[in-house]
Design a binder for this molecule. Structure first.
Ligand code: SF4
Length: 469
């Protein structure tokens, strides 16, 4: 029989060959095993997606002529989750190494077991970070020499199969690069399993072999490994290539049914109610307007900035605008500010030195500045007086207009405290008239979480109608 091309040629990016792997590396073989498994299953190439992170093993994704993503280090699993959520009909696999999947991406590896989504994780375990010269990683054997453990690794390695079983993966297996037919069977079964699947694939790395004076790891795999039909708890721990390795499928379980959360249902029901605020766009006359909203993380400061910018764009689509935000590492409870710049001209620099309008939801930012309230001499400050120490405003020049409303107190008493930003926004709208009321309301509807539009609009109206007694 004559064939005019290699049977795997359609699923390979031939233009990228030859590959970058060292001569004697077995990652290329795992790539071929994966192609063989896809072909045995009869999956169409455009229904298969492969995501990888960083490292020698992660280069597999680049050589496959499928829809592939070469993600950042350790982030292959969350990227694959995103692909699966967006396109549930795709067969999504993660291919990478122990450092990427179990080290840097270790928490994502745990999380996938809990998520229960149908994503396959094929982890090539070569006992360290090989691409960067071989640093030790989570699976480096005790006593093994790497460039970061030159005297021998002092750490107990994790057992990937045991961790996958504990994390809730519905399919868990172990194989090696020296057992390609066994690995094909494992991959086929893993891809048939409708939950998260994990295969630990032992592969040799010549850097590890050289440093640890091992002639051939693969020869050791062939010598020490035994493929078993049924596996016991003891077999989970049999993964030492110097002693005994148990290969096979440790778990192939159906996916558990999940209860439908009542919270999700009720939110969806509320979200079905459509809110539509009509507005009319017009020339705003704004030449250059700098607005700052400042307060405490968790008060909706960034959200408020987004509402302002969206409303401004609704009002005058010809305006140029930028939004920058800043908050401390603690985020919730720390200082937070959002700067919105509106201009009829091109904006070259998005940061604000001194705002024309300052919306203060708390005094934390001002206190961090030593009590200074930063505003232009002829600017306007709108203050949530439930949250701002009035003494801070006493030093402002008389030319600054100050408007006060107990926005948080109103929100707490009449709605929920989380809509205090929109109580304040309603008052800003009334006192400054910078942005059209309906444009602001339309922006609030667009940015409010589904089901909360009505409450947010009522909070805005309450702020708009507020009068000081
Ligand atoms: S460094 Fe090791 S894992 Fe990387 S290509 Fe070479 S042999 Fe393979």
């Amino acid at each position: 029989m004559e064939i005019d091309q290699h049977p795997y040629a359609d699923i390979l990016r031939k233009e990228l060959m030859p590959n970058i792997w060292c001569s004697g590396c077995r990652i290329g073989r795992i790539k071929n095993v994966f192609i063989e498994a896809i072909q045995q299953l009869g999956y169409e190439a455009d229904k298969c997606s492969v995501v990888s992170g960083i490292g020698c093993s992660s280069r597999v994704a680049g050589y496959l002529n499928l829809d592939t993503i070469h993600a950042t280090h350790g982030r292959a699993i969350p990227t694959a989750l995103g692909v699966k959520l967006a396109k549930p009909e795709l067969h999504v696999s993660v291919m990478g190494g122990d450092g990427d999947i179990l080290g840097i991406g270790g928490n994502h590896f745990l999380a996938l077991g809990r998520h229960g989504l149908d994503v396959n994780v094929f982890c090539m375990n070569n006992f360290g970070y090989s691409m960067t010269g071989f640093q030790h990683g989570p699976t480096t054997p005790l006593g093994a020499r790497t460039i970061t453990t030159s005297g021998g690794s002092p750490y107990i390695p994790i057992n990937p199969v045991a961790v996958a079983l504990a994390a809730g993966y519905t399919f868990v297996a172990r194989s090696t690069s020296g057992h390609p037919y066994h690995l094909i069977d494992c991959m086929v079964s893993a891809m048939k399993n409708r939950g998260p699947s994990f295969i630990e694939i032992l592969v040799p790395c010549i850097l590890y072999e050289r440093r640890n004076k091992i002639k051939s790891l693969e020869a050791l795999y062939l010598e020490k490994a035994e493929i078993k039909e049924t596996l016991s708890k003891e077999d989970v721990d049999q993964s030492d290539f110097m002693k005994k390795i148990s290969l096979g499928i440790f778990r192939d379980a159906p996916v558990r049914e999940r209860p439908q959360l009542s919270l999700v249902k009720s939110t969806k029901k509320l979200a079905d109610k459509k809110f539509d605020v009509k507005f009319r766009s017009r020339a705003s006359g704004i030449k250059h307007m700098q607005i700052r909203m400042e307060g405490t993380g968790g008060q909706g400061i960034v959200q408020g900035g987004k509402v302002l910018i969206l409303a401004a764009m609704n009002m005058d689509p010809k305006l140029n605008s930028t939004l920058t935000k800043r908050y401390g590492p603690e985020m919730k409870g720390g200082s937070c500010l959002t700067d919105v710049l509106l201009s009829s001209q091109q904006i070259d620099y998005p940061f604000i030195e001194t705002p024309d309008l300052l919306i203060m939801m708390s005094d934390l930012v001002a206190k961090e500045r030593g009590g200074e309230v930063v505003i232009k001499n002829k600017g306007t400050v709108v203050v949530d007086e439930s949250m701002v120490d009035p003494r801070l405003l006493e030093t402002l020049p008389k030319t600054v207009k100050v408007f006060k409303i107990p926005a948080t107190q109103i929100a707490r008493e009449e709605f929920r405290v989380v809509v205090a930003n929109n109580v304040l926004m309603g008052y800003v709208c009334k006192t400054t008239s910078i942005i059209d009321k309906n444009c602001l309301k339309a922006a609030i509807v667009k940015s409010a979480p589904p089901g909360t539009e009505e409450m947010n609009l009522s909070a805005f109206e309450t702020g708009y109608k507020f009068r000081k007694s």
